[in-house]
Design a protein around this ligand. Sequence first.
Ligand code: SF4
Length: 461
Amino acid sequence: MAVPLLRKLAILADAAKYDASCASSGGAARNSRDQLGMGSTTGAGICHSYAPDGRCISLLKVLLTNWCIYDCLYCVNRESSNVERARFSLDEVVQLTLDFYRRNVIEGLFLSSGIIRSPDYTMEQLIEVARCLREDHHFRGYIHLKTIPDASAELVARAGLHADRLSINIELPSQASLVQLAPQKDAGAIKRSMARIRLQLDDSAQEREKAKQTRSMAAAPAARPPPPRFAPAGQSTQMIVGADASDDRAILRTSVSLYRSYSLKRVYYSAFSPISHASALLPGRPAPLMREHRLYQADWLMRYYGFEEQELVTEDGMLSLQMDPKLAWALAHPDWFPVDLNRAPKETLLRVPGLGTRSVERLLAARSTRQIRKADIQRLGGPATRVLAFVALPDHRPANNAGALLSAAASQRDSGRTRASPDRVQGDLFGTDEPPVVPLPGLAGGGRASSWVQEQSAGIV
Ligand code: SF4
């Protein structure tokens, strides 16, 4: 009997919720103000939905089908799973995307799929949805396509012409875990696909740069269009946390290697949640959401604050669940503090708990014309108490035990949210406690809000 469309939507949206890499940052700016299409990657009024475990999900986030010929043990859609199955036709996904967009309830499409028949066949189906939206319906909203690891290079190249972002899930931090839990997947094939996408991204960027230079030359014909963009929002991946025995050190090392080798925009971390009729090889309990949160914080610290992964983990290879990794590092390195805010180099300032990247830029600009004093820290609008516990200023020296007091306060604050439970959400990944914009004297403009949001998006300051 045919499954009604709404039932399919319920099944295939639910099946897609385990993929955390739904963020839509970094897409190319497109809109339909010329009335020749529909959709925008920049418009307001976009709705998001939250999964029961607190993740932010941007609709329409669906699978083409939850049938799959693979049997990855951690996956609810694996071949041996007894879940209810459904499959959209390509036209159904296209029409749902257009309908939801017209009703202003989505910002675009996040489309993945179980593997049907073969990787190439599945990839072709995903591409056809994106092609139809772009070419037949002139859809200019955001499209994120999952890339099937073993799909051919030619298909990956086609996918990138329609999608803003491509992603291939690395799934687990080690080859050994993949062999054990997803024996049909091949870490080598996953990395080869990532490498192919990286090459396409590099080629596309070079070609566009060349075309730009040509156009800027006086004799060049003005009307020649720029070469097509390839996945302008880049590629990302996701790792499941807590499905295998890998510690945080191994997870972060894998992330570092992926960022370096494949120019990933983001590595997403997804805390493992037990599934029904699961294999005995999997843990029976969910991984703490706080662990996932700490990994995001550490990831942020490695990419923007100059930390190495081995500095952030404890001897047992794990991140502290009780406090954020930057504060934990500072408390373990009292010899670095107090930092003289008027003399310390930028790299040192970035290590001060409570100072984010934008705050550091503002302090460096301000101190080039005058001395930074205690009132300036309060004017930054961030957690002044935390900063003042670690810095020296002409009118301020921290108390000897300030760090210990902060540590106790942080432990107290976080102790209630270190374990996953049904009524808990994912910490303050998307915290909204935005402070007021207060310009620092001697500094042009405030510009505080965007930096605060960015720094808070990983809960790091
Ligand atoms: S290939 Fe993807 S959908 Fe299929 S079982 Fe593995 S993780 Fe699940």
